[in-house]
Structure formats: structure tokens, C-alpha cells
Design a protein. Structure first.
Ligand code: HEC
Ligand code: HEC
Ligand code: HEC
Ligand code: HEC
Length: 119
């Protein structure tokens, strides 16, 4: 029996360590941290296991289709004014460009070579 008790403690420890690691890896950052967002604000649950849906972003930010135009600069330095949220490819899921716990990326660069950063 004692052997099994130790196994139980060991497994619990691994479980707790894994949870702690997952939480620290998926912190809330930047403006969302400043505004005290919690995991559930995007994920719907306090202990998420999977990615958040873009619908969560839209609940707070709207669809962004009326956002201001952005000056796009390509690698050659050519400038074009364009609506990134209402482009010829719209609508594109928010999380194709924005992210919460990993680097952001500009979806448009599948085809273009813009140098603009995504916040
Ligand atoms: C509970 C409401 C809420 C949800 C849900 C939410 N946000 Fe935000 N977001 C905010 C607030 C508040 C700010 C800060 C606005 C400001 O300072 O002008 C912000 C800021 C931002 C910014 C600007 C960051 C910067 O550094 O300027 C981006 C981009 C953004 N959110 C994208 C997202 C995306 C993508 C999602 C979904 C994955 C999301 N947000 C979900 C409330 C929310
Ligand atoms: C194709 C890539 C792309 C997609 C898709 C996208 N965004 Fe953005 N978003 C950007 C870029 C680039 C900026 C920075 C614009 C700038 O420089 O003013 C930005 C800026 C923002 C900001 C900050 C605006 C501000 O005034 O500071 C918010 C909030 C935001 N996006 C929310 C969203 C939400 C919500 C969605 C989904 C409905 C979405 N975005 C979809 C690329 C994208
Ligand atoms: C602003 C919205 C937002 C908040 C707040 C947020 N998340 Fe996320 N989360 C996302 C998005 C979007 C993804 C998809 C991957 C990415 O963008 O980093 C994700 C992905 C994840 C994943 C899946 C990671 C993977 O490898 O697939 C976990 C787990 C997670 N978040 C946990 C958390 C925890 C824990 C918190 C609170 C401390 C939290 N998230 C807060 C938006 C959010
Ligand atoms: C699937 C490929 C593809 C994607 C993704 C894409 N584009 Fe385009 N885009 C094109 C093609 C093809 C043209 C027309 C040919 C040209 O002028 O380069 C074009 C033209 C444009 C133009 C006018 C031409 C110029 O460069 O002056 C702008 C501005 C533009 N795209 C912006 C965007 C933005 C912003 C995004 C992301 C939201 C985006 N595109 C995503 C393929 C794409």
C-alpha cells in the first residue's frame, strides 16, 4: 500500500507542476494585463486547455471593420494606405494575425511583403 501512496503523491506533484507551468507559459500580457483581463475573459473558462475563439475578441472589440486606415510599407519601401481589418481578404479571423501568448504575425504576408508589425 505504501508504495501506491508514494505513487499517488508523485503523480499529484507532477500534475501540480504541469498546471503551474502551463499557467506561467500562458500569461496575460500587455494592454490586456493592464486592464486586468482574466483567462475566462477570452477562454470562457478559468483553466483553459485549448486556444480561445476569435468570437471572444469580437465581444470586446467588435469586428473592427470600421477601424482607421493603416499605411502599409513593403520591403521596397512602397507605401499604400489600406484597411487591414477590412481588406480584399476580409473577414479574416482575428487570431490569424493577433495572438495572446505567442508572437503575432501579419496574415497578409502569405502573399505580400509588408513590414508592418501586428500589436
Ligand atoms: C474583456 C474584454 C477583452 C477581450 C475579450 C479582448 N480584449 Fe483586446 N483589449 C481589451 C482592452 C480593454 C484593451 C486596451 C484598450 C486600450 O488601451 O485602448 C485591449 C487591447 C487590445 C489590443 C491593442 C494592444 C496594444 O498593445 O495596443 C489588441 C491588438 C487586442 N486587444 C486584441 C485582442 C484579441 C485578438 C482578442 C481575442 C483573442 C482580444 N483582444 C480580447 C479588451 C479585451
Ligand atoms: C490581417 C491581420 C489582422 C487581422 C485578421 C486582425 N487584425 Fe487587428 N490589427 C492588425 C494590425 C496590423 C494592427 C495595427 C494597425 C495600426 O498600425 O494602426 C491591428 C490593430 C488592432 C487593434 C488595436 C487598434 C488600435 O487602435 O490600437 C485591435 C484592438 C485589433 N487590431 C483587434 C482585432 C480584432 C478584434 C480582430 C478580429 C475581428 C482583428 N484585429 C483582426 C492586423 C489584423
Ligand atoms: C486576450 C485573450 C486571452 C486571454 C486573456 C488569455 N488567453 Fe489563452 N489563448 C488566447 C488565444 C488567442 C490563444 C491561441 C494561441 C495564442 O494566440 O497565443 C490562446 C491559447 C491558450 C492555450 C492553448 C495553448 C496551446 O498550446 O494551444 C492555453 C492553455 C491558454 N491560452 C491558457 C490561458 C490562461 C491560463 C490564461 C490566463 C492566465 C489565458 N490563456 C488568458 C487568448 C487569451
Ligand atoms: C492570397 C493572397 C493575398 C493575401 C492573403 C492578401 N493579398 Fe493583397 N493582394 C493580392 C493580390 C494578388 C493583389 C493584386 C496584385 C497586386 O497589386 O499586387 C493584391 C493587392 C493588394 C493591394 C493593392 C495593391 C498594392 O500593393 O498597392 C493592397 C493594398 C493589398 N493587397 C493589401 C492586403 C492586405 C492589407 C492584406 C491582409 C489583410 C492582403 N492584401 C492579403 C493577394 C493577397
Amino acid at each position: 500500500m505504501r508504495k501506491f501512496a508514494h505513487l499517488g503523491v508523485g503523480l499529484t506533484l507532477i500534475f501540480v507542476v504541469t498546471l503551474t507551468y502551463a499557467a506561467s507559459k500562458n500569461e496575460v500580457s500587455g494592454k490586456h494585463k493592464e486592464n486586468s483581463l482574466e483567462c475566462a475573459d477570452c477562454h470562457g473558462v478559468n483553466e483553459p486547455a485549448a486556444a480561445a475563439e476569435p468570437e471572444a475578441c469580437i465581444q470586446c472589440h467588435g469586428d473592427m471593420l470600421d477601424a482607421e486606415a493603416v499605411i502599409f510599407v513593403d520591403k521596397k519601401g512602397k507605401q499604400t494606405e489600406h484597411y487591414v481589418h477590412d481588406s480584399h481578404e476580409a473577414p479574416i479571423a482575428c487570431t490569424e494575425c493577433h495572438a495572446a501568448h505567442k508572437p503575432t504575425r501579419l496574415y497578409c504576408n502569405k502573399c505580400h511583403d509588408f513590414t508592418n508589425k501586428v500589436p
